[in-house]
Design a protein around this ligand. Sequence first.
Ligand code: BTN
Length: 249
Amino acid sequence: MIGRPLEVLGEIGSTNDRVMAAGRDGAPEGLAVIADRQTAGRGRLGRPWVSPPGVGLYTSILLRPRLPAGQAPLLTLVAGLAVAEAIERVTGLAPRLKWPNDLLVNGKKVVGILTETASLEGRVNYVAVGIGINVRQEAQDLPEELRATATSLRLASGREVPRGNLAAEIYNGLDGWYREFSAGHLETILARGRERSAILGSSVDVLAGDERWSGLAVDLDADGALLVRKENGTVRRVVAGDVSIRLRN
Ligand code: BTN
C-alpha cells in the first residue's frame, strides 16, 4: 500500500507540503512523494532541512489513520522503526531511535522524521510522514556546524547506498509496521521502540521553550510519550510537541 501511487520528482519545495496538499485534495492513503532535491525542506521546530541534490533521500508518505488527534505522534515511532530496519537491511548499520524523531548511528544523527497532521473534529484526517536521510554525503558536504553531531550512511558504513533501494525497503517495511499499528498492536510497536531506543536508561536534558530540566529517560508511555524521572523521584511525561532532548555525557 505504501508507495502506491509513487511520485518521483527532480525538485520540489518540500515533499511534506506536497503530501499535505494531496491529502487535502483527497489523494489515497499510501501516496509517497520522493524528490532528488528540496528547495524549502523543513525540520521540526521550524528548522530548515538542507536538501541538496544527489546526496539525500527526501520522501513523504500520506496516511489516513483512524485516530483521535492526540495519537498521531505514535506514527513517528512507527516510521522510525521502518526506517531503522530498512537501513539495517541495506547497510548492516543498526540505527537507534532518539526520541521523538531522530535516528542515530554511532551517536550521530543520520535521519530526521517530520510528522504533520491535519485534524477534523478531534480526529486525524490525514498525516504526512516526512523522512530525510543523509545517504551519500562526505564530511565536507555536511554543514560545518553539524559535522560533530551528524553523519551519513556512506560515512558510517563506507558503502555506496542506492537511494532507490533504500526507499523501496522503507516503503515495504512501513507497510508492515503500519498494518501492525492499524490492527492496534501498539505494545509490539512500543516494545520494539524501547529495544531500539538511543536514550532509555540515559540522563537527558529536556528543553521546552524557556524551560530546561534534567532526568533519567526511563520508558515510553502507551501513547509514545517519553517518561523521565527527575532527581526527586517524580516521573514526568514528555510529549513530543515543541520539546528537544539532549543526551548528557
Ligand atoms: C527533523 O529532523 O527536524 C525532521 C527532518 C525531516 C526532513 C524531511 S525531508 C522529507 C520531508 N520534507 C520536508 O520538508 N521535511 C521532511
